[in-house]
Design a protein around this ligand. Structure first.
Ligand code: NAP
Length: 251
């Protein structure tokens, strides 16, 4: 493969990126592909393509990478709350004149009997939890420390790997990967006496069960709105990304 051949950079770290990596290989077997992980969690899946791990070093670091590795297409399949990476990719792609598409799962929408309290940030979510609540915190290991100032609540925090700073002593940690079923979530919420659910509006199906469980139990959900993302072209499904890739490689 020569340096002038196309090279797809897949910004990964989501379930959709895993599915996409497999399909990209099936459909564009002859095209060079590289997947990229932040390295935030230790147990990374094997995407079956050459993989690099760790930050690029901001916009300038990514520009350098795009040049050195002669990247011709970027597919940003990061999580909707990984806004820094999406902004960096947007600016670097623009400056290096590299085509870019973001795979963006639609946000969850409130159903008529959902008791949602939408908030703009993790900090606002921490403020919105009533005194003495028993809160289920599904906010990720990077964000959980924002809630530690709420020593008056009893938190049950669920994440994939333990947080960098341990939880307050009277809280509990549940280590688990999605997906869970709504039945499992109901059982967990009952067992822990949960009164409030706190979550990001991640969208997609794999983390939705907690929203269904909260609806069934009529629990209030403090839901953090998505951060502002760049005006990159987006696709909502893996198939749409494949079609875009096809077109981009042939123009
Ligand atoms: P972030 O705040 O947007 O990014 C922070 C920095 O991490 C970026 O500036 C970049 O460092 C590096 N980075 C992020 N994603 C990267 C990737 N795919 N490849 C290489 N470097 C990457 O991101 P985050 O919220 O920490 O998320 C990190 C990873 O976890 C992402 O892959 C994301 O898809 C995944 N994830 C995040 C969430 C969430 O709720 N935030 C949930 C599930 C999965 P440099 O500036 O040095 O390039």
């Amino acid at each position: 493969m020569t340096a002038d051949q196309p090279h797809i950079l897949l910004l990964a770290g989501t379930f959709e990126a895993r599915v996409l990596a497999k399909k990209l290989q099936e459909r564009f077997r002859a095209v060079r592909q590289t997947a990229s992980f932040a390295g935030a969690v230790k147990d990374l899946p094997d995407l079956g393509v050459p993989t690099r791990i760790g930050g690029f070093g901001g916009i300038e670091g990514l520009r350098q990478y795009l040049q050195t590795e002669k990247v011709s297409l970027i597919i940003d399949a990061t999580h909707p709350f990984a806004a820094q990476m999406s902004w960096n990719a947007f600016h670097a792609a623009e400056r290096e004149d590299v085509a870019i598409l973001r795979l963006e799962r639609p946000a969850w929408q409130q159903a008529p009997n959902d008791l949602w309290n939408p908030v703009a940030s993790m900090d606002n979510a921490a403020d919105a939890i009533p005194d003495g609540a028993r809160a289920f915190l599904a906010v990720g290991r990077k964000e959980i420390a924002t809630f530690y100032r709420r020593g008056d609540i009893i938190g049950t925090a669920r994440m994939i790997e333990p947080p960098p700073v341990p939880l307050p002593d009277h809280w509990s940690l549940v280590l688990a990967r999605p997906p869970q079923s709504a039945e499992e979530e109901v059982e967990l919420f009952k067992e822990r006496g949960i009164t409030h659910v706190v979550t990001k509006n991640s969208g997609g199906t794999r983390a939705y069960a907690k929203i269904e469980a909260a609806r069934q139990m009529q629990l209030p959900v403090i839901i953090v709105d998505r951060p502002e993302l760049p005006s990159t072209d987006t696709a909502a499904t893996v198939n749409d990304v494949l079609d875009w890739t096809d077109k981009s490689l042939n123009t």
